[in-house]
Each structure stands twice: as C-alpha cells, then as structure tokens.
Design a protein around this ligand. Structure first.
Ligand SMILES: Nc1ncnc2c1ncn2[C@@H]1O[C@H](COP(=O)(O)OP(=O)(O)OP(=O)(O)O)[C@@H](O)[C@H]1O
Length: 573
C-alpha cells in the first residue's frame, strides 16, 4: 500500500483539486433536497412568484457550478489515474528490461504483456476511483445522515438501519470477487500467451496445415476464459442486485414511516419530500462504494502482479565497485569455469585463454555448450563457479553496460525489429549518419541491395524482418556490428545452408568484420573456420582439443578430424 500511495506524490495538486471539487459536488447535491423543502414549506404557501423565480434561478446557478465541477472531477480525476498508470508502467517496463536472461527463459511473453497492459489499466482505475470515491461516498453518507437527523432524528435512524447491512453484503461479495478476478487474470495472461505464440508461429501452423487443430485448441481456451468471466460476473450480479433490493427497501421504509410522522404532524410535507429525495441521493454513495468494491479486486490483483515482478532481482547486475571497461584490448581468460542452468550443469571446469585479435572457433557436438560458453562472456548468465577475465580483470568487476558495449554478438537467429532498415542497422548507434550506415552496409556486402530498394534505408523490413531473406538478415546483423565496432566479437554461425554466392558474401563480410578484433566463432560448418587462428573442440567433458586446423587434422583419432571427415563426406555425397 505504501508503494501504491507513493505514486500519488508527484500529483498532489491534481489529487487535491480533484478531491476538493468532488467534495463540493457531493455537498451541492445534498443542498437540492433542502431547497425543495424550502420550496414546498415556505415559498409555495406564500404564493410569492418573485421568490419562486429567484429560487429557481439560484438552483440553475448551483447546477451550472456543479456541471463545471463534474467536468473537472471526471477529466482531471481520470488524468490522475492515467498519470499513475503511466508511471507504474514506465517503472515496470524499465525493470523488466533489466531482468536477466534466466527470468525470460522462465517467463511467458504473453504474461508480461498482460502485466503491462490490462493489469495496469485496472490499477489506474483504482488509483483514480479508489480513494476519491470512497472518501466522497462516506462524506455524502455522513452529510445525508446529519441533514436527516436534523429534520427528524427517529426517521433518520430508521432510514440508516439497513446501510450497514448493505456494506456487509458488499464486503462479502468483494472477497469472492477478488478470488474470481485473480483467476480471470490468470486466464487473460494464458490467452495473451496463446495469441502471441500461435500468431507469431502462424507460418508454421499453415505450413503444417494445422489450422483446425489450433482453432479447436483456441476455442477450448476461449471457452474456459468465458466460463471464468461468467463466474466473476455472476458474483457481481448477485452483489449489484441484492444491494439494489436493500436500497429500495430504504425508500419503502421512509415512505411508510415518513407518512406516519407526517400524518402525526411531526413532519411537514416539505420535510417529507426532502427525506425521500435524500434517500435517493443516499443510493449514490452506496452505489459508489459498491463500484469501488467491484473495482478494488481488479486493481489490487493488478498491483500485486506489478509488485511481484518488481521484486524480481536481476541475477546479473553491477556490483557496487564496478568500473567501466573503456576500450578493451581483447584478452579473454576463462578460469575453471563451471556453469549450470538451474540444476543442469552444462559446462564443467573450463579453462581457456584467447589473445587480443585472435579468432577462435568453437566446434563440437550439438548441445555440448558452445553457445552457453560464449553467452557467459557478455554476462547474459553469470558463471556458477570460476571466473572469466577480460584484459586481466574479472568481468563482474566491470559495469555491465560497458562490458556489453565492448562485445558484439551476431546470433544465428537474427532478430530484426519491425521498422526500417535504418532503424535496424543503426540499432547499436542511433546517432549514426547515413554515410556511416552506408559504409557499414558496404562492408557487409549489402549496399547494392539497399540501393535497389526504392525507399533505400527507409524500406520497412516487416515484423521481425519477414520481408528479408535469411542471408540478408545475417548481413544486416553484420552491418550492425560494423557500425557498433566492438573490440570483441561473438559470431554464432548460421546453421541453415545458404546458396554458395550468399555464403561467400557473408563469409567475406564476416572475415572483414573479424579483422583486428578478438573473435569467438561458434562454428557449425567446419569449412568456414579453416582459417581461424585456433579451433577448440567443446564436448560435455570440456575442451577436448585445441589447436590450428592443420594441427587438429594431424591427430589420427582426433574428434575434430572425425567431425571434419564426417561433414566432408556428407557434403560430397
Ligand atoms: N536457456 C536455457 N535453459 C536451460 N537449458 C539450456 C538453455 N540453453 C541451453 N540449454 C541446454 O544447455 C545445453 C548446451 O546448449 P548450447 O546451446 O550451449 O549448446 P551448443 O553446443 O551451442 O548446441 P548447438 O550446436 O546445437 O547450437 C543443451 O543441453 C541445452 O539443452
């Protein structure tokens, strides 16, 4: 709660203006029955039209003022809620971005989508309506009671007897709704996950002609979503209708008891009318309290989900005395490195040294841990035991941002953002001039292609770059690296076969990119790494072989030699 209210701090003025206007609106509403009372008991018997018109004109002024205040309450009140929603969303997004690979390995994107959208909309609604409506409702109830009590204490007490019962019922249903809405939120997030997964993979679905199966699956989840929603709405309907019934009972009570007191001469006609009108006004705060109670579970569930994610601590982060890595020379040392994903040990006591400017290729069976080994260098994960050093210093002693600025990664599965070519190439250097971008494209063997597009650098690449071929995407990733110009490179070689011309283009671009940088290549096709300074064979047991292509080929029963021979035999068949 403390955290929730801290979001109001920057908007104190907005909050109090909105609050003040809402209080005045509530008070002015209460004035109307009193004016009717005056009308019936004083002005009507006097027969003085002048006073009647003055009173009517006064009433119009009051209504105009109220209309203006209502506008402020509705607009600025929602502005308050939206501002808070925006701030919470910014904090959440900022935090999510800092979380480590491990978090994303175990979290569904659809869930995060729900947290950032639906959940926070509900929090915004609660932020606006929660405290304000509750306070105004309680104030109006007390004000109404005070007026009724001043007119006729006994009738006032009779009218209010049911109010606590209405509140008790509302609280009872609120508890039930909290449970129902929590379930509903879970369903929304499953739903978003499903949509994200299946629409993202629509090409695969269509390629396997699995539309019907996916549609049936979707219908099933959609139905479960509907069921959960109906459950929540049923509780809501019980709450609304039982409260409505009890509130109408209040009117009947007032009618009967009021008629009795009026006939006994304890109440004037005007006071009787005022009582009935106030009982109608009474419904408003009760309905408001009810609405807040309906809103509350949504908002609380949303805010709880928010705090849950905010409590996630990134397992890879800067330590207090971390220093920036300026421009790395590129000396890399793995010292007795062991690494496990959760409880699955992938790397065991690996030690290796790479000299500045050297190109080292990692080869080995699939799943041996080549990618994992390289992803420890930019600290996508931290080592479980041992240490990795860059230029003689533990990478955990450098600030994370500076370490990653010094390392460029070209992944086998190139990710492009939906935007233009310029956005994607200049992603690592947004301030780059067009000439620089073109120079990078040239080095990546892509300039001709970009020139052939009518929109040049402004060509839209489609979602995840669907409008480009695999080879083109690879070269965009390479161009990105030319622009970023890091001293250390990690190249996760594409496994997919490209045509010879494209392969030659990419290889030329990669060789050029590797020049003068310390380069770690995760190699799948051995033909491409013959010229690497050194080749290391990674197996589940560790680095099994280490040397140049020639020296490894000279080993009679060497793993590299057998891998190489097997690939060569496969390619020539
Ligand atoms: N994020 C992850 N969470 C849990 N286990 C993982 C994760 N990434 C990889 N693994 C597991 O770690 C092991 C090593 O995977 P890695 O991708 O490093 O191997 P690789 O040698 O690069 O394989 P390939 O040549 O097929 O790309 C595999 O058994 C894999 O299943």
């Amino acid at each position: 709660m403390k955290r929730f209210f801290s979001y109001y701090a920057p908007y104190k003025l907005l909050f109090f203006t909105d609050f003040f206007c809402a209080v005045v609106v509530g008070l002015l509403e209460l004035g109307f029955p009193l004016i009717v009372n005056l009308f019936i008991d004083r002005l009507l018997p006097s027969g003085n039209w002048q006073w009647i018109i003055i009173a009517a004109a006064g009433l119009i002024l009051v209504y105009m003022l109220n209309t203006f205040l209502q506008f402020i309450v509705t607009y600025y009140g929602h502005m308050l809620g939206t501002n808070i929603e925006r701030d919470i969303r910014n904090d959440l997004y900022g935090h999510i971005q800092r979380l480590s690979y491990r978090f994303f390995d175990n979290t569904k994107t659809g869930k995060l989508l729900t947290r950032l959208t639906n959940d926070l909309m509900n929090v915004g609604e609660m932020a606006h309506h929660g405290p304000e409506d509750l306070f105004i409702a309680i104030m109006t109830l007390l004000g109404a009671f005070a007026i009724m009590f001043a007119i006729h204490p006994q009738l006032a007490i009779i009218s209010f007897i049911i109010v606590p019962l209405i509140l008790v019922i509302a609280i009872y249903f609120n508890k039930k709704m909290t449970v129902a809405f929590r379930e509903l939120f879970g369903r929304v997030s499953d739903f978003n996950h499903l949509i994200e997964d299946k629409i993202g993979g629509i090409r695969l679905v269509q390629a396997f002609a699995n539309e019907q199966r996916e549609y049936d699956n979707f219908k099933m989840i959609n139905d479960a979503f509907r069921q959960t929603k109906l459950k929540a709405y049923k509780i809501m309907a019980f709450n609304t209708s039982s409260t409505y019934m009890l509130m109408r009972l209040v009117t009947v009570f007032i009618l009967i008891a009021g008629a009795y007191y009026t006939m006994n001469g304890e109440l004037t006609f005007g006071e009787f009318a005022a009582f009935i009108l106030i009982s109608n006004i009474l419904f408003k705060p009760l309905e408001k309290i009810n609405a807040v109670i309906e809103l509350y579970p949504n908002g609380i569930a949303g805010f709880n989900h928010f705090t849950e994610i905010m409590r996630e601590v990134p397992d890879v982060k800067d330590h207090e005395n971390a220093v920036p890595l300026e421009s790395a020379r590129g000396q890399i040392d793995y010292n007795d490195v062991t690494f496990a994903y959760d409880d699955k040990t992938v790397l065991n006591s690996i030690s290796l040294a790479i000299n500045p400017g050297e190109t080292v290729a990692f080869v080995g069976p699939s799943g041996a841990g080549k990618t994992t080994l390289c992803s420890l260098l930019p600290r996508f994960y931290d080592v479980t035991r041992g240490s990795i050093q860059v230029d003689g210093k533990d990478i955990r002693d450098y600030t994370l941002a500076s370490l990653r600025e010094n390392i460029g990664t070209v992944q086998q599965d190139v990710f492009l953002f939906s935007g233009t070519l310029r956005d994607n190439v200049a992603y690592g250097k947004p301030e780059a001039e067009d000439e620089e971008i073109y120079a990078a494209l040239e080095k990546a063997q892509l300039k001709e292609l970009v020139d052939s597009y009518r929109d040049g650098l402004d060509t839209v690449v489609g979602e995840r770059g669907v409008k480009l071929s695999g080879g083109q995407k690879q070269r965009i990733a390479i161009a990105r690296m030319f622009l970023k110009n890091p001293p250390i490179l990690i190249l996760d070689e594409a496994t997919s076969a490209l045509d010879t011309a494209t392969e030659v283009q990419i290889q030329t671009a990669l060789n050029r990119l590797a020049e003068g940088r310390t380069t770690l290549v995760i190699a799948h096709r051995l033909a491409t790494i013959k010229n690497a300074d050194r080749i290391m064979v990674v197996t589940k047991e560790g680095i099994a072989e280490n040397g140049s292509h020639e020296s490894l080929m000279a080993k009679k029963d060497g793993i590299y030699k057998s891998l190489h021979d097997a690939q060569f035999a496969y390619q020539t068949t």
